[in-house]
Design a protein around this ligand. Structure first.
Ligand code: LLP
Length: 423
């Protein structure tokens, strides 16, 4: 089910026309569908429940980095989701959105003492630890509070997975996790620290993974490790299997079904008797949002027909950073009898790399026309910046006929007001 569909040739999100939203709020902006977040979450949990059965204790810890607007986290909270956070900022957003500490895991390779201290006070479920020095620091901070920090160690299983080299994390040579071969030693070390309580094992091998095999290999390694850690007397009650499940960005993409994923989960880690934590981000938020933009100018050169739009790489970094190819469609359907032409869609930023789509086939686009960049709900707004002194664009959430501005446009004047010229 997709909450973005045409009604009388106009693209709607749920029951609201994107033309109407653009008139009310102005472009560019992100538009989200509440129902789509809910459907994505419910599809994952129902696939897991159907295949695994009710006796499994599963926590979906929504990866807040994919879309960190508090209204979005709050939707997940009302579905009983937990959260995966990677900074003090994300932790504060998550708590403010209503998710309680006992459903929060804290990942991230460079946690500061301030972050550790705050998370300990929030009584979070688990710290995912990425190095021995991190373990030591956490133990010291917890001890001064008279607490024991619940930890899982993030294991680097040396598996190559993920849609692009910049989003693969589980192979040797990345900064992430502790080498699989050194895991036993790390757990032995952790068990001697006063402020640490071992509770689990953690991995995250990458993002936008559309093949089941890397997951299977990684989960098998987790299972082997849990058995050998238990043999040595360590208490492992949680396994955190990270995020990474890919989504369909284009018609030509292929991906395993969530039922296949759940069956693989059952096969590989189903008999450990552990609480299973999953950290999906993109799977929940990706297709729940579009970036709505307007054509500023059509510029034809010897080589290309450029469509210059009012959104740019600062608003939406994925194409420039990962060569991501998002479908882009006209918000008002044009005459189907006209031939399509190929356009290169670019933003106004002064960088050659500010191209949002290389080859976009459209029918007779005009200046002022609205375009929707699809599947922009994950790693869109959350990765935006104000480069070229552009404002931070608004986010709108639609539910049925209702639309709410969940982040207002932050103007250049407001941004400049934080700066000062020394006297
Ligand atoms: N857990 C951890 C520890 C992570 O590092 C990530 C993503 C996730 C969960 C969620 O992964 P997901 O289910 O969304 O794949 N900006 C990139 C993606 C970077 C992902 C970083 N870590 C993009 O736009 O594709």
């Amino acid at each position: 089910m997709n909450s973005f569909s045409f009604n009388s040739d106009i693209l709607h999100v749920e029951n609201v026309s994107l033309v109407k939203i653009s008139k009310n709020v102005g472009t560019p902006l992100y538009v989200y569908s509440k129902k789509q977040f809910e459907n994505n979450y419910n599809l994952l949990t129902s696939s897991l429940n159907k295949t695994l059965g009710k006796k499994y204790d599963i926590l979906i810890a929504y990866s807040v980095k994919s879309n960190s607007n508090i209204a979005v986290i709050n939707i997940l909270n009302s579905l009983n989701s937990g959260a995966d956070v990677v900074s003090l900022g994300e932790l504060k957003r998550t708590l403010k959105s209503g998710i309680s500490g006992d459903r929060i895991v804290f990942s991230g390779v460079g946690k500061t003492s301030e972050e550790m201290s705050f998370a300990l006070d929030a009584n979070i479920l688990q710290f995912n630890i990425e190095s021995i020095p991190e373990l030591k620091m956490l133990s010291e901070i917890a001890s001064t509070k008279g607490k024991k920090a619940p930890i899982a160690i993030r294991i680097n299983p040396d598996i190559n997975a993920g849609g692009h080299k910049n989003i693969s994390t589980g192979f040797e040579g990345t900064k992430f996790g502790i080498d699989y071969k050194e895991a036993q030693e790390a757990y032995d070390y952790a068990s001697n620290l006063k402020g640490i309580e071992i509770v689990g094992v953690d991995i995250h091998i990458g993002s936008q993974i559309n093949d089941l095999e890397p997951f299977r290999l990684a989960y098998e390694k987790v299972s082997d490790l849990v058995f050998s850690l238990r043999d040595k007397g360590h208490n492992i009650s949680n396994i955190d299997l990270g995020g990474g499940i890919g989504i369909l960005y284009n018609d030509s993409d292929h991906i395993f079904s969530l039922t296949e994923y759940a069956a693989m989960l059952k096969q590989t880690v189903g008999d450990l008797g552990c609480k299973i934590i999953l950290e999906p981000g993109r799977l929940i938020s990706g297709n729940a949002g579009v970036l709505l933009t307007k054509i500023i100018r059509i510029k034809t050169t010897n080589k290309y027909n450029f469509l210059l739009i009012d959104a740019a790489m600062n608003d939406f970094l994925r194409p420039a950073l990962y060569e991501a190819n998002h479908d882009i469609i006209e918000v008002i359907k044009s005459d189907k009898n006209n031939n399509k032409k190929v356009y290169k869609i670019a933003g106004p930023i002064c960088e050659t790399g500010d191209v949002i789509k290389e080859n976009c086939y459209l029918t007779n686009p005009q200046e002022g026309d609205l375009l929707a960049i699809l599947c922009a709900g994950a790693y869109g707004a959350s990765m935006s910046s104000t480069y070229n002194s552009r404002s931070l664009i608004p986010e709108v959430l639609v539910s049925g006929k209702k639309m709410d501005i969940i982040r207002k446009r932050i103007s250049t004047e407001e941004l400049i007001s934080f700066e000062r010229i020394p006297e």
